[in-house]
Design a protein around this ligand. Structure first.
Ligand SMILES: Cc1cc2nc3c(=O)[nH]c(=O)nc-3n(C[C@H](O)[C@H](O)[C@H](O)COP(=O)(O)OP(=O)(O)OC[C@H]3O[C@@H](n4cnc5c(N)ncnc54)[C@H](O)[C@@H]3O)c2cc1C
Length: 385
């Protein structure tokens, strides 16, 4: 290792490119290499779950190809290069083609894998999930001629896809073991409002049941639920959650819990190795959203440019892209003590989560109440100040 070795970023998602962009604002000289196992085109992943309504294809979702990103960032972008091993003592990474790259600093921006349900049936392997552009291309192709889609999971991404499928004239049936949509993010009355609006738009729900098997049938696929009932579908889309990609870090001996463990400086347990985005767990917080990774990118870029800078998490509301019921949620910290208070009106719903001392710890606003999102966010204390 020498000081002339590059900063190497593994991953070309919003987190990896986010760090690179912020770094180049502060430091135009240090050699920068971005290694990605995919095409490394720049795209906005959140758009995957509202791309059907916008008639987007995987190709039109790419905002900038890898070559353009490389030119803009003054970086080398290695596409279709999978990192297989990290040697933290030698400060090198090994690529799948056998090449070894030395790094001054290494940034892991590896993302997260969709969780797969253990399903029985002869079509269990036909279940799709959409977590990157290639997945979206496959999904869009399989959607041709489909009229019935079973969506596994009524969380944020499941509800967004269900709403988006309506734009294609498809009837989505969303299946979840919970009793209501976004059950981990919204209080009951807000969930009920979201459900009502999505159902009015054409989404069907099956709550309190899980899919147990998927089989081929004469008309397409048959989804068997845990209560023994069945649903006919042309396509099954799984959206039950993501698991941070930690295997590479774990094999290199880095501390790993739910995600790759980092401190407020985004530093892992190995010297000169950092982690950001969906793969990282920052002081116990695993937040797979865009605003946290932007905060991380700014802080880490400053550190890499010579000014050690801890990440700060202000209140970071998440917009749920369900046009049938616009929703913004800023969930209270996990395990926070307090109570939800919900005000419903004909065209909106505002829910506030207060601690016992009256402090506002989180909120959810739906419909016309979404206009309050900024003023509410300003009143919520951040997770990491
Ligand atoms: C459908 C959908 C909708 C979403 N909507 C929203 C939203 O509305 N708002 C919001 O805040 N968040 C949303 N999110 C979450 C948000 O998109 C993610 O938090 C964010 O994009 C994660 O970026 P990332 O760079 O950490 O991971 P990724 O974009 O997954 O990037 C990981 C990168 O690592 C590379 N990689 C992995 N392993 C290796 C390896 N071994 N070698 C080389 N390269 C490797 C991959 O090729 C990829 O380039 C959504 C997510 C999904 C799936």
């Amino acid at each position: 290792m020498s000081d002339f070795d590059p900063i190497v970023i593994v991953g070309s998602g919003l987190a990896g490119y986010g760090v690179a962009r912020e770094l180049r604002r502060l430091d135009k000289a240090t050699p920068l290499v971005i290694v990605s196992r995919d095409h490394a085109g720049f795209y906005s992943k959140p758009m995957l779950s509202n791309a059907l309504a916008g008639n987007k294809t995987a190709a039109t979702l790419v905002m900038k190809p890898a070559e353009k990103m490389a030119a803009e960032l003054g970086a080398t972008v290695r596409t279709h290069s999978r990192v297989q091993r990290i040697d933290t003592a030698a400060k090198t990474i090994a690529l799948a083609d056998g090449e070894t790259l030395a790094y001054r600093d290494l940034v892991l921006a590896l993302g997260a894998d969709p969780i797969r349900l253990a399903l029985d049936g002869d079509a269990a392997d036909a279940v799709l999930s959409v977590n990157d552009l290639d997945d979206y291309a496959r999904f869009a192709e399989r959607l041709e001629g489909a009229t019935r889609v079973a969506v596994l999971g009524a969380g944020l991404i499941g509800c967004e896809f269900a709403n988006d499928l309506l734009a294609r004239g498809v009837t989505p049936t969303v299946i979840d073991l919970a009793e209501r949509p976004l059950s981990r993010l919204l209080p009951e009355a807000a969930s009920a409002r979201l459900r009502e609006r999505l159902e009015a738009a054409g989404v069907r729900f099956r709550f309190g049941v899980a899919a147990s098997r998927i089989d081929r049938s004469a008309g397409g696929l048959r989804v068997t639920l845990s209560d023994g009932s069945t649903i006919a579908a042309d396509l099954v889309l799984s959206a039950i959650g993501l698991r941070p990609r930690t295997a590479l870090a774990q094999a290199a001996g880095l501390a790993v819990q739910r995600g790759v463990v980092v401190d407020r400086w985004l530093a892992t347990s190995a010297p000169n190795v950092y982690a950001v985005g969906d793969c990282a767990e920052v002081e116990g917080h695993s937040l797979p959203f865009v605003l946290p990774l932007m905060q991380q990118g700014r802080a880490l870029a400053a550190t890499l440019a010579g000014t050690p800078t801890p990440v700060v998490y202000p209140a970071m509301p998440v917009t749920v892209k369900t046009p049938a019921c616009p929703t913004v949620v800023c969930p209270p910290p996990v395990d926070a003590a307090g109570t939800w208070r919900t005000d419903l009106s004909d065209d909106g719903c505002a829910a506030h989560f207060h601690a016992d001392d009256g402090a506002l710890l989180g909120f959810a606003v739906l419909g016309s109440a979404t206009t309050q999102k900024q003023s509410l966010a300003a009143r919520v204390a951040g997770l990491i100040a």
